[in-house]
Design a binder for this molecule. Structure first.
Ligand code: AGP
Length: 613
């Protein structure tokens, strides 16, 4: 949830850390802080607000030093204010920490420490952790590295931490459990980040610290990594695959818009090497070992949160259609706590853009503990979910920085379609002709998405008409019902307008009572997707004075006539329409949010990856 960055080496650390924090600001942005080590001193600067507020705060102050830790926060314990913001200090002020995660037993640890005369100034669990490390270091008379290890044996919860010690400008101690941490390695210097984006500019050699590992990053010595239970860990330096241009706005005003426009390319990247049109084949190397299990399973359970859950719903429809395997879609947060029935011949598919969502990770652990096979659909390579699942398929959407998920959703749907086609064909549920027709159509999707993106200026005009609405209703049926849910979520999260998605026919069981001239209705009414039925639902809306924005197949007449505004998408197979119908809804929420003056990329109260419960 929070973003952490650190540097130790020979360069000026502050600019590296602040630039890194800006790249990680999508992870949290309610308060920011840095600590810089210089000679025998710390220079600690913290402020409520964003990284830009911190930059103003430190203006004209001395920020020199070759070691620094920095943090951008999404509050879990204590209000987002200066005192609670990171870095935190030990009681004697000699140790300083940044932390992403939650120390669940912080209260009991705090009580014990208070009895030992520790005084706390913040409400955070992080301050408790650094006091605990200080206490262990003093009472056991050990090095900082060992003190961190011993202290972590007492900790319950999730953490990615970086610690520096006053007077030691050559060394950082880092550790992780449940929260991501990447270490960039170069000659006599180290870079640390919650993800690789703060690091990529300087080095492409990284170590992904594993759960339960602690590392000592000393510029003059070799890296030392061990586990919390004191076992030495061999070095595993990997090459980063992402490029700097992937994580920059590239001329777009916002990451979200850039990512919406990247979708044709992301789809191509996701299908590359997998959709082999010439040989009429789909290759999914990532799940080769478990493909038999998948073909023979009696049930698939999809677990995910938010947008990934919506992609999962589309997955349910298409997997059941093409494979005839029963599919259930669960909110990971419910699944993990509701004692679900999971058998060892079940296949669980966990979907996550970040690969770090705490609830999805916990759902995976639960399913694994019951003997099920767990496959992942993740975007972030090497993420916790990618590593925890038995096998998986990467979406290859490229880094998604905007908090509102766009291209990740589209590529998740692509992977689910590929999977359903592959398993459906292997099971003999799809004839060769059907199979060939669909994969040929899939190949055309990037161009069709490009065409839908051309409706942008039309959507901008529609947004102007509806920017002041207080509520929105999104309706769709079949494959487009999850798209309605996703459209409503997008609008809510970035424009703060209340919006609900409904299966169009469910409307008359309640929500129809809300409809009047002040209630805009977005309806997805593509040809073949229960078109006639949706048409009657639209008539019901019109009869009650609702203002209608419709997404239709090009050449449509009947729905168009009833609509106040109408956006056309190219013709395509019903099963693939979500890949197209979703795009205008992304653009609509983007433009409405922009016109309302909202922060599109960093909406209030949200963070990109939800690594806490
Ligand atoms: C979508 O726009 C969200 N910001 C959010 O719902 C997100 O999809 C959810 O938190 C799940 O994240 P994940 O895909 O990284 O697991």
């Amino acid at each position: 949830m929070c973003g952490i960055v650190a540097y130790v080496g020979y360069r000026d650390a502050y600019p590296i850390v602040v630039e890194g924090l800006k790249r990680l600001e999508y992870r949290g942005y309610d308060s920011t802080g840095v600590n810089i080590g210089n000679n025998k001193n710390f220079k600690l600067f913290k402020t409520k607000g964003k990284v830009s507020d911190l930059e103003l705060f430190v203006e004209n102050k001395d920020v020199t030093g070759t070691i620094s830790i920095g943090h951008t926060r999404w509050a879990t314990h204590g209000k987002p204010n200066q005192i609670n913001s990171h870095p935190h200090l030990s009681g004697d002020g000699r140790l300083s920490i940044i932390h992403n995660g939650i120390i669940e037993n912080y209260d009991s640890l705090k009580k014990v420490l208070i009895q030992k005369n520790h005084v706390f100034i913040s409400d955070t669990d992080t301050e408790v952790l650094i006091h605990l490390i200080e206490e262990v270091k003093m009472s056991e008379n050990v090095t900082l590295f060992e003190a961190v290890r011993l202290a972590l044996t007492q900790v319950v919860g999730a953490y990615a931490i970086v610690i520096m010690e006053k007077g030691n400008d050559r060394e950082l101690i880092v550790a992780r459990k449940g929260s991501p941490l990447v270490v960039g390695v170069s000659d006599n210097e180290f870079f640390v980040g919650s993800d690789a984006s703060p690091i990529i500019k300087y080095t492409d050699e990284v170590i992904y610290l594993q759960d339960g590992e602690i590392a000592r990053l000393n510029c003059d010595e070799k890296i030392d990594i061990k586990t919390v239970d004191d076992k030495k860990v061999p070095l595993n330096i990997q090459k980063l695959e992402i490029k700097l241009e992937n994580i920059e706005k590239d001329g777009f005003p916002h990451f979200m818009l850039k990512e919406i426009y990247e979708q044709p390319k992301s789809i191509v990247d996701t299908m590359r090497g997998r959709l082999d049109l010439r040989n009429n084949e789909i290759k999914l190397g990532g799940i080769s070992e478990y493909s038999n299990k998948l073909i023979n399973t009696k049930r698939i359970i999809i677990v995910a949160c938010g947008t990934s859950w919506h992609a999962g719903l589309i997955g349910e429809y298409i997997l059941e259609d093409f494979t005839r395997i029963p599919v259930e879609v669960e909110y990971a947060s419910e699944f993990r706590y509701r004692n679900p029935i999971v058998n060892d011949d079940d296949v669980i598919i966990a979907i996550s853009q970040s690969g770090e969502t705490a609830d999805t990770l916990a759902a995976i652990e639960l399913a694994k503990s019951k003997g099920a096979t767990v496959l992942g659909i993740c975007n972030v390579v090497g993420s916790s979910i990618a590593r925890t699942t038995h096998e998986g398929i990467y979406t290859h959407a490229g880094p998604e920085i905007g908090v509102a998920s766009t291209k990740a959703f589209t590529t998740q749907v692509i992977v689910l379609i590929l999977l359903a086609l592959k398993v459906g064909r292997l099971k003999g549920n799809l004839t060769l002709t059907e199979y060939h027709q669909i994969i040929s159509e899939l190949d055309l999707i990037p161009d069709k998405v490009r065409k839908v993106l051309k409706t942008n200026s039309q959507i901008e005009l529609i947004a102007q008409q509806f920017k002041d609405a207080k509520n929105f209703l999104y309706l769709g049926r079949g494959y487009n019902f999850p798209v309605a849910l996703e459209g409503a979520l997008k609008l809510k999260e970035i424009s703060y307008i209340h919006a609900e998605g409904y299966p169009a026919a469910e409307m008359k069981h309640g929500p129809i009572a809300l409809i009047d001239e002040d209630m805009p209705i977005v309806v997805i009414a593509t040809r073949k997707g229960n078109y006639e039925k949706v048409l009657s639902n639209i008539q019901e809306v019109k009869a009650r004075g609702g203002r209608l924005i419709s997404i239709v197949t090009e050449g449509d007449v009947a729905v168009k006539e009833l609509s106040d505004y109408c956006i056309e998408i190219p013709k395509c197979f019903n099963e693939l329409t979500p890949l197209l119908t979703n795009i205008p809804l992304q653009l609509l929420s983007y433009h409405i949010a922009l016109l309302r003056g909202c922060n599109v990329d960093q909406p209030r109260n949200l963070a990109k990856s939800v690594t806490v419960e």
